[in-house]
Design a protein around this ligand. Structure first.
Ligand SMILES: [Zn+2]
Length: 218
């Protein structure tokens, strides 16, 4: 069974971790548009140079550039299954993706939404503490250190980053909900949306995810 999936989920939902787990299987590509963009910029490709121009000017990288990057990656690899992570984020992007797949005689098989109530996400995200020395990430609720405020790995001091503070987190979550709702409706109306209850252990989520990917829904 091969799949061509989009993964959607708010920050803190564990979508990236699940994508990495699925992509550790044979023949599965994990296409994180954020990672792809950084790789293009650091390798200095033509796409990377164009993208960097927008980023340096403090502008969003245009959809057409992201689509070109995704197309290039999908065309160049012989993978029979892939997961798109971080794209599409808007309806025009979703429509552009559909057209690009159609042109290649392909279509999506699943759009997976990792659903977690905002209160649970608040707890996951505001509890994060980052080690200033080694960069390790801890969580006062879910992954506490032995001594409060000290890194277990290196003994460094832990910091609470400003974007992990409650006001900043709730703004990020609101922005995500607002941006994603139309996308969920779009894929639901096409009969493509699979909702997974991600407010559970990563193992339980992973099990439900592999069951969901085993049957084509679009
Ligand atoms: Zn550390």
């Amino acid at each position: 069974m091969s799949f061509r999936s989009v993964f959607l989920g708010p920050p803190g939902a564990g979508k990236g971790t699940q994508a990495l787990t699925v992509a550790s299987g044979p023949g599965v590509l994990h296409l994180s548009t954020g990672d792809m963009l950084r790789a293009h910029v650091s390798k200095g490709t033509e796409l990377g140079a164009q993208a960097k121009g927008f980023m340096d000017a403090g502008q969003l990288v245009p959809d057409a550039l992201i689509i070109a990057m995704v197309e290039e990656r999908l065309g160049g690899e012989g993978a029979n299954s892939w997961i798109l992570d971080g794209f599409p984020r808007t309806i025009p992007q979703a429509e552009a993706l559909d057209q690009s797949l159609q042109a290649a005689n392909a279509s999506l098989t699943h759009v997976v939404y990792f659903r977690v109530p905002n209160e649970a996400l608040m707890q996951r995200l505001t509890g994060r503490r980052t080690c200033g020395d080694c960069g390790a990430i801890w969580n006062v609720h879910t992954k506490p250190t032995q001594t409060e405020g000290k890194c277990d790995a290196c003994g460094g001091s832990l910091t609470h980053r400003s974007d992990d503070r409650p006001e900043a987190v709730s703004q990020r979550l609101e922005a995500y909900d607002k941006q994603t709702k139309p996308l969920l409706d779009f894929y639901r109306s096409k009969g493509c949306l699979v909702e997974i209850d991600a407010d559970r252990s990563p193992q339980e989520v992973s099990q439900e995810l592999s069951d969901a990917l085993a049957k084509e829904v679009c």
